[in-house]
Design a protein around this ligand. Structure first.
Ligand code: ADP
Length: 240
């Protein structure tokens, strides 16, 4: 689904991603984790061309992203960040159906889609469709951010510490919901976090990064059972 081939990204003299090879499989939940500054966000943003690689190639569904129109690419890939930034003057309906509107979906289809999405996370459409973001809790706003990313049925979703700003209880319930959504929708998800428990809970596979490259790529179970080296042992120990 997503293929990195010898991807390097430098900012001036600073190499932040270093000849990275990575293959994200269709339908998998892949979590990128590692110390602050190791290149997780940069790696994620190269998938939808928010950041351009210095060298190497990235393929999404077999197409080289550098040959794709960035606007089309970003419409085809959902993106959720920590500061979700819902439009305050727009209702939940309007916030969620931004991309479908750009794609020219008719009104009825958009209304039905938003109803369906709200129901997926147990938010009553009658109650929430016409509300404004400031009438929602932080957790509900973040949930709307996730629904917005899902609205136009992308096959890939990128998530950058989406629950990082939430209190632990809300965070845990959104993790559960996301896991539940994923078991129904089978999206390909690339998720950045620095929280090991979050990674262990959500991931099919975890990529542990250090200094712009991969130290270990494994299932949660194998990462715990067979850490590749002392760095992995240390990192897991410090972040649980
Ligand atoms: P992580 O997500 O693992 O914390 P990032 O990918 O955000 O790491 O950043 C990796 C490194 O690249 C950091 O040292 C960061 O300061 C640097 N960096 C990120 N974006 C830029 C930028 N636009 N210009 C210069 N340096 C950057």
């Amino acid at each position: 689904m997503i293929q990195f081939e010898k991807i390097t990204k430098s900012f001036g003299d600073l190499v932040v991603v270093d000849k990275l090879d990575l293959h994200v499989k269709e339908g998998e939940f892949l979590v990128l984790i590692g110390p602050s500054g190791c290149g997780k966000t940069t790696t994620l943003k190269m998938i939808n061309r928010l950041v351009e690689p210095t060298s190497g190639d990235i393929f999404v569904k077999g197409k080289n992203v550098m040959e794709m129109d960035p606007v089309t690419l970003r419409r085809e890939i959902g993106y959720v960040i920590q500061q979700i930034g819902l439009f305050p003057n727009m209702t939940i309906q309007e916030n969620v159906d931004v991309v479908p509107r750009l794609l020219g979906w008719d009104k009825e289809r958009r209304i039905n889609r938003v109803r369906e999405l709200l129901s997926l996370v147990d938010m009553d459409p009658e109650l929430y469709t016409n509300r404004y973001p400031n009438e929602l809790s932080g957790g509900q706003q973040q949930r709307i951010g996730v629904l917005r990313a899902l609205a136009a049925e992308p096959s890939i979703i990128l998530m950058d510490e989406p629950f990082g700003a939430l209190d632990p209880i809300t965070r845990e319930s959104l993790q559960d919901e996301l896991k539940n959504l994923q078991s129904k929708l089978h999206k390909t998800i690339v998720f950045v976090t620095h929280d090991m428990d979050e990674a262990l809970k959500l991931a099919d596979r975890i990529v542990l990064m250090k200094d712009g490259n991969i130290v270990q790529l494994d299932t949660p179970e194998m990462l715990l059972r067979k850490p590749a080296n002392d760095f992995v042992v240390d990192f897991i120990g410090k972040h649980r």
